[in-house]
Design a binder for this molecule. Sequence first.
Ligand SMILES: Nc1nc(=O)c2c([nH]1)NC[C@@H]1CN(c3ccc(C(=O)N[C@@H](CCC(=O)O)C(=O)O)cc3)C=[N+]21
Ligand SMILES: [Mg+2]
Length: 282
Amino acid sequence: MAKIIDGRAISAQIKEEVKQEAKALAARGIKACLAVVQVGDHPASSVYVRNKHRACAACGIKSLEFHLPESCGQEDLLRQIRDLNAREDVDGILVQLPLPRQIDADAVIEAIDPAKDVDGFLPENLGRLLIGQDGFLPCTPAGILELLKRSHIPLEGKECLVLGRSNIVGKPVALLMLREHATVTIAHSRTANLPELMRRADILIAAIGRADFVKGADLKEGAVVIDVGINRMEDGSLHGDVDYEDAFDRVSAITPVPGGVGPMTIAMLMKNCLRAARARRS
Ligand SMILES: Nc1nc(=O)c2c([nH]1)NC[C@@H]1CN(c3ccc(C(=O)N[C@@H](CCC(=O)O)C(=O)O)cc3)C=[N+]21
Ligand SMILES: [Mg+2]
């Protein structure tokens, strides 16, 4: 029987821990504060942004909303970020992605003060992860590690296969697994021997954005599957990158979609906000 790794339950536990820490900080007169910057009205973004404000409220973190029009220019956005960098009361800055085409997203993200980079997207924080220094970890990779740790899944010496090589999930989660002494392989669209790699992975982390791409027969018997994919189907349902039903009887543990990695991303964002507040103000 496969164990379902319950991201909603584990994220609720983390948010409860953050709430207690936020309370302790508030007792010293420090109210942690996240600024969320949204540009335009990408429908998915509005939902995600609302969820982030909701999580802040639940954790006792103040959240501020800055909503710029779809047509806003690069300079307008940069001015907004410089303003938030300068504000004493703002601990974390999150610029919701994707940004409209006319905006250079890399330049915008890099304008954020690294001490307020609660997404963990800046070169400074990703570089710290690479060389083993403390910094803000990107939320999805950090959430994946937390899911594995709180589910007591051993990582040391295990074969871990990461599907996908993005800067915000694939590459950083591979580094985190390496830090935990797993043997890590990163596969991508041009990997030649994917079937062979999938068949021998003890832990498979899928972050490719292709609905139901990984089938049960692809997996090693008893593998642990972490599914980062959030693929919206035509009927409105969400599917992961792994065919959950098909994989279920073959794995020892698996994250559902929804209710797996997604909620953990937000919980780790809350944790990063609190950490930013503590580091900046005490
Ligand atoms: N600067 C920035 N930081 C981000 O962290 C960021 C971003 N931009 N842009 C968009 C992506 C996406 N993302 C998700 C967070 C939570 C869920 C989540 O909670 N998902 C739920 C349900 C989702 C649903 O029903 O649509 C689940 O998987 O159970 C999903 C996706 C953060 N992102
Ligand atoms: Mg599925």
